[in-house]
Write a protein that binds this ligand. Structure first.
Ligand code: UGA
Length: 439
């Protein structure tokens, strides 16, 4: 089989490379000449564990190629995946101009039946607009070539995207014809080895599934953050409560870890978008509005603890920050809680010294020289008044606490991810604050 993937961002690149990995002939297309040149030379625009090797392997085997030429690349393809960006427009809603421009370009150039698949996260109703755009272009050309539009939302987690793609919990595909269903079935067959389902449904339901899934996960997190905050007030320990509820299979152990709020490019954007879609259609998503509000407040929780500890006197103090990206194993800084915390600390006249195993370069785009960057986690601690654990990278889980305590001026740890054991920290002589734990 042969496919084209338009857009070599995070979703497009992972999708194209993983399809190539199972033997499908893939061309990844982008309008960005520099990006395509780099990809041809094995230089990736994003960091994702394992992806670079996989791109190199499949390029070498000539199953994966890169091009800026959409018209020729879509010829002979069974499907074309649209995985271009949908940046927030002026009013905050997803701007579909890139998605629809690709649709038009496909309509202008296709010569055979093709399934056009929307892979970018797009509002409910987008596939219809894509279908319309292609139909208009075909009509303008005066040709009558059959095509289908399918919606195939992605459920990839940054940092685990390859594993998620190759061994998915499920694959959701919205289609409107059996012909399109057959093509999609054939394409995804190699990924169903682990017995998980390929679920076909109508197109609007597939589009909605994406938003419902992310919103449900965001709801679990905000709910647990609320419970954590209440635990602190009531003298309970959220780590215990989490275990207590998570072992109920109906609730489950995953995505119930309290912390300093969810970030990233997906949850914040998708929660907002669903609230908006609902309100535009005369419905109010009351639960989701609270999910968002709780999350905004949660990003301040660590800062508030610091501020309370130092009685509001942060000027001139030095704070060590471990972790900048919104979560481990990615350099993504979008909506990262670290940005909110650092901004507040700097506004109070504090000094910040941060270290992240991967995201420093990315963080420096936003933070510039407003903060210092340590060359490793220990260097950030020299004469620090406190340590703030912001992102739970594996290398921060069991540091040498003797070294930590020698380097710091004041032995205080604010753990935004509950990765340390409060009792152990106290034993080692640290003043320790977690999220929703007993102080
Ligand atoms: C999320 C979804 O998990 C993917 O299924 C989806 O495909 C993706 O969005 C998307 O729409 O593209 P991602 O944003 O990469 O993936 O990150 P997650 O691992 O889901 O984490 C999101 C945020 O929730 C992070 O800030 C993380 O720290 C936070 N989180 C997660 C918690 O605070 N507690 C938890 O228990 C789990």
């Amino acid at each position: 089989m042969r496919i084209a993937v338009v857009g070599t961002g995070y979703v497009g690149l992972v999708t194209g490379t993983c399809f190539a990995e199972v033997g499908i002939d893939v061309t990844c297309i982008d309008v960005d000449v520099k990006k395509i040149e780099n990809l041809k030379n094995g230089i990736l625009p994003i960091y994702e564990p394992g992806l670079e090797e996989m791109v190199a392997r499949n390029s070498q085997k000539e199953r994966l190629s890169f091009s800026t030429d959409l018209p020729s690349s879509i010829q002979g393809c069974d499907a074309a995946f649209i995985a271009v960006g949908t940046p927030p427009g002026e009013d905050g809603s997803a701007d579909l101009k890139y998605v629809l421009a690709v649709a038009r370009s496909i309509g202008q150039n296709m010569n055979d039946y093709i399934v056009v698949v929307t892979k970018s996260t797009v509002p409910v109703g987008t596939a219809n607009k894509v279908r319309q755009a292609i139909a208009e272009e075909l009509e303008a050309r005066g040709v009558d070539i059959p095509f289908d539009v399918a919606s195939n939302p992605e459920f990839l987690k940054e940092g685990a995207a390859i594993e998620d793609f190759l061994k998915p919990d499920r694959i959701v595909v919205g289609v409107a014809s059996t012909r399109a269903e057959e093509v999609m079935k054939k394409l995804y067959k190699p990924f169903l080895m682990n017995g998980h389902p390929l679920i076909f449904m109508d197109v609007p339901s597939a589009e909605m599934t994406k938003y419902a899934a992310n919103s449900m996960l965001a709801t679990k997190i905000s709910f647990m953050n609320d419970i954590a905050n209440l635990c602190e007030i009531m003298g309970a320990d959220v780590n215990m409560v989490r275990k207590g509820i998570g072992s109920d299979a109906r609730i489950g152990n995953r995505f119930i870890y309290p912390g300093i709020g969810y970030g990233g490019s997906c949850f914040p954007k998708d929660v907002k978008a669903l609230i908006r879609t609902a309100s535009e259609n005369g419905y109010e998503m009351k639960v989701l509005k609270s999910v968002e509000e709780v999350n905004d407040n949660q990003k301040m929780v660590l800062y508030n603890k610091v501020n309370n500890y130092f009685n509001g006197d942060l000027a001139g103090k030095t704070f060590a920050i471990w972790g900048l990206s919104f979560k481990p194993k990615t350099d993504d800084m979008r909506e990262a809680p670290s940005l909110v915390i650092i901004e507040k600390l700097l506004a109070q006249g504090a000094k910040v010294r941060a270290y992240d195993p991967v995201a420093i370069k990315e963080a420096a785009h936003t933070l510039g020289d407003t903060i210092e960057y340590g060359k490793d986690e220990y260097e950030t601690l020299i004469d620090a008044d406190a340590l703030l654990l912001v992102t739970e990278w594996p290398e921060f889980r069991s540091p040498n606490f003797n070294v930590v305590s020698k380097l710091m001026k004041d032995k205080v740890i604010f753990d935004g991810r509950n990765i340390y054991d409060p009792a152990e920290m106290n034993e080692k002589g640290f003043t320790y604050y977690g999220i929703g734990t007993k102080q």
